[in-house]
Design a protein. Structure first.
Ligand code: FES
Ligand code: FES
Length: 182
């Protein structure tokens, strides 16, 4: 990418030659839960909004919409991120995983099962985001202690106060998996 520079008297005007998108809708393709999905949205659309409105993946919740509560957590290339703080257009070439891609009612992810077994859910609004962060933690570190779990969920706000149950759910799951694998 090069910039075009024009001299006008003593002023120097820099005109970037980068492609300009919008403000109207544009086409983009997102790789969500292993499926390439074509959507038409304004370039200013956040990933959270694109998932919920265009793709009807409403398991991803939006609470603060300002990157402060982590309710909207999804995975970007297997790492948890706040989907309200990213534009959809920024992640067209990335792998996106939502709570719908982690498990469903008939095939719950082990973290989802453990949350249910340990009563780690009240209203459930923070739960999909919390599960996404906990599942990512377990994938990268199967041997969990209290500190690891607390750090992983430290950015998640739960108004119902489920934190001790979430920690118990994850410690118990980690212990179970360690026992299973000897
Ligand atoms: S809704 Fe995205 S961080 Fe709160
Ligand atoms: S379960 Fe209600 S906000 Fe966490």
């Amino acid at each position: 990418m090069s910039d075009k520079t024009h001299e006008t008297g003593t002023d120097q005007i820099i005109k970037p030659s980068a492609e300009i998108f919008g403000p109207g809708t544009i086409s983009m393709v997102l790789n969500v839960n292993g499926i390439l999905q074509s959507i038409e949205m304004e370039p200013r659309t956040t990933l959270a909004e694109a998932l919920r409105t265009s793709l009807k993946l409403t398991g991803t919740k939006v609470a603060c919409n300002h990157g402060a509560c982590s309710a909207c957590t999804v995975w970007l290339d297997d790492l948890p991120v706040a989907a309200c703080g990213i534009l959809a257009i920024e992640v067209v070439s990335r792998k996106i995983t939502t709570i719908e891609g982690l498990g469903d009612a008939d095939h719950l992810h082990p973290v989802q099962k453990s949350f249910i077994e340990h009563d780690a859910i009240q209203c459930g609004f923070c739960t999909p985001g919390m599960v996404m962060s906990c599942a990512a933690l377990l994938a990268r570190n199967p041997h969990l202690g209290v500190e690891e779990v607390e750090t992983a969920i430290s950015g998640h706000l739960c108004r119902c106060g489920t934190y001790p149950h979430v920690v118990q759910a994850m410690l118990s799951l980690s212990a179970e998996q360690e026992a299973d694998h000897g």
